[in-house]
Design a protein around this ligand. Structure first.
Ligand SMILES: [Mg+2]
Length: 192
């Protein structure tokens, strides 16, 4: 079984801009292709795991979210990197669209998307890393038995302050995805 790096989307791979429905609203952080190339070279499976309650809230359609993700993968592929899989959660218990207005084991901080990916892709969660900018990312990673990294992009700087008072301590805190991945790759005892 190989290790994975699970990536949050908004605030981690792309600028945090609230609920976005189209690729035209996406601003990919410039360091992402290089960061993902390092991961691929080290043999990691790369998996996007993202909450998109915009669907439950009636802001975006399922098709819009899928199209946005396909465009994002295309842009990365054109820069020589591929993401192995995308898992996204459209649900939110207080949504407006009845079909999606439910609690879900897939919605971070629950670890459902990570468990699903591990089953589908035969991943070793204990040697894997979840990277994100929110408490919910770290909680999902920890609940799945993964290592965790907080990035200071997106909501990350605020999350870092809030974490100081709590019990959840990420394995890494880095300025951005590239730094998080570089430092993770240096910690070979955690994943090699
Ligand atoms: Mg985020």
């Amino acid at each position: 079984m190989r290790p994975a790096v699970f990536l949050d989307r908004d605030g981690t791979l792309i600028e945090e801009r609230g609920y976005i429905c189209s690729f035209e609203q996406v601003s990919l952080f410039p360091f992402v292709p290089e960061a993902l190339r390092h991961l691929r070279a080290a043999g990691f499976c790369v998996v996007l795991v993202t909450n998109q309650s915009s669907v439950a809230r009636g802001i975006c359609s399922v098709e819009q979210v899928k199209t946005l993700h396909n465009r994002l993968l295309d842009v990365l592929e054109n820069q020589g990197v591929c993401i192995d899989a995308v898992y996204w959660c459209p649900f939110h218990p207080r949504g407006k669209v009845a079909e999606f207005a439910v609690e879900s084991h897939l919605r971070k901080p629950a670890p459902g998307m990570l468990f699903q990916a591990a089953a589908d892709l035969e991943l070793d969660l204990s040697r894997s890393l979840m990277i994100g900018d929110k408490y919910t990312d770290l909680a999902a990673g920890a609940a799945a038995g993964c290592h965790t990294a907080l990035v200071r992009t997106g909501y990350g700087a605020k999350t870092e302050l809030a974490l100081a008072a709590g019990e959840l301590k990420p394995d890494l805190v880095a300025d951005d995805l590239l730094e998080a991945i570089s430092r993770w790759l240096d910690q070979k005892t955690a994943w090699a």
